[in-house]
Design a protein around this ligand. Structure first.
Ligand SMILES: *Cc1c(COP(=O)(O)O)cnc(C)c1O
Length: 353
């Protein structure tokens, strides 16, 4: 814990607890990480941050929006809110992010936007997609819910694409309990989003609704926690990297594959995931269960979700289908110790014997 308590008390003592207040303004500045040419808004969560980005950029029901098959379902839910058709493409076999070849095949006359996801905080391939989207005159929104603080070529991930969205849910790299943010390249689109976030009310005339809006605001209380959390972001990421490096060090001689990392990228190391072979994974899972070590299976592919029956699916999704069953998401949180990682790895190693 850092200054969270102090800032929360400050809100309570000053009676500024709603979505008006200085911590909201301060957090909106902080999330830009020094890139003052960009425009940021904080929101009530990461899902509505994606929806707000799509809505502010005019995505409508006739449009198609391309998304990767392996992500948390919120990415596609947000597309569904606009009425646009989600177009699901396979993932890359090495970095597990949106497959760049598959993406090229998915574009039609109706395609308006692409939402690459920096899965587990790894921004591999995202700049390539953003550059390509520019060439094709398509909107690119990075779902960086898991990648707060990640960098691409030394620059914060928030400096890329038309919009970048974050989540500050409790299990994310920095948290406000529930919360999110969206960073826009365009100032005028950000202004539009600000109106949409605030019930569609005109900034010049109270209770005048020029457009149908939402209430996607974040409270000053949440923002106060966010400000305190961001003060420690670099430290948190450094620690997460230590955990992930330790996992890799202790597992690398086994039959295991890690998400590819490129030298010009700094992931946020939200979560350590490892891919094991089909023959080992059941044994590993039962060993972890026996030792009461919490782990998660990977997100199930989006094209198998009943909710997204209407989505368009590009190709056979072989990579997603092959990979998701073999990925384990292992404990990666701020209270974990390096010795805990050693313990977990010992249990995994045991199942190989
Ligand atoms: C967590 C997450 C979200 C949604 O964020 P919430 O703040 O929980 O609404 C969206 N996309 C991805 C990839 C996520 O991991």
């Amino acid at each position: 814990m850092g200054n969270e308590k102090e800032y929360i008390l400050d809100c309570l003592n000053s009676n500024w607890i709603s979505s008006k207040g200085s911590y909201v303004t301060e957090l909106e500045k902080i999330v830009l990480r020094g890139n003052s040419s960009r425009n940021s808004l904080v929101t009530s969560n990461g899902t509505v941050a994606i929806h707000l980005a799509l809505a502010a950029m005019g995505i409508k029901s006739e449009d198609e929006v391309i998304v990767p098959n392996i992500t948390f379902g919120a990415t596609i839910n947000a597309v569904m809110y606009t009425g646009a058709k989600p177009v699901i493409v396979d993932i890359d076999p090495y970095d597990w992010n949106m497959c760049r070849d598959s993406l090229r095949k998915a574009v039609t006359k109706k395609t308006k936007a692409i939402i690459p996801v920096a899965l587990f905080g790894n921004p591999s391939g995202i700049k390539e997609i953003d550059d390509w989207a520019k060439e094709q005159e398509l909107i690119c929104i990075i779902d960086a819910a898991e990648a707060v603080g990640a960098k691409i070529e030394e620059k914060d991930i928030g400096s890329y694409a038309d919009a970048v969205t974050y989540s500050y849910f409790g299990n994310k790299t920095v948290t406000t309990g529930e919360g999110g943010a969206v960073i826009f390249k365009s100032k005028s689109i950000a202004e539009k989003a600000r109106i949409l976030r605030d019930h569609g009310m005109s900034p010049n005339k109270r209770y005048r609704h020029d457009v149908v809006g939402f209430n996607y605001r974040m409270t000053n209380l949440q923002a106060a926690i966010g400000v305190a959390q961001y003060e420690r972001l670099d430290q948190i990421i450094k620690f997460r990297k230590e955990l992930v490096d330790r996992y890799k060090d202790r597992l690398s001689d086994l039959d295991v594959i890690f998400q590819t990392e490129h030298e010009d990228l700094s992931p946020s190391y939200w979560l350590f995931a490892a891919k094991f072979s089909s023959k080992d994974i059941k044994k590993i899972e039962s060993e972890l269960l026996k030792s009461e070590i919490e782990f998660r299976a990977c997100f199930e592919p989006m094209h198998l979700q009943p909710a997204f029956d209407e989505a368009k699916v590009i190709g056979n999704q072989n990579t997603s289908l092959k990979i998701y069953k073999n990925i384990l998401m292992l404990p990666t949180h701020n209270n974990l110790k390096l010795e805990d990682v050693d313990y977990i790895c010992d249990k995994i190693r045991k199942s190989f014997k």
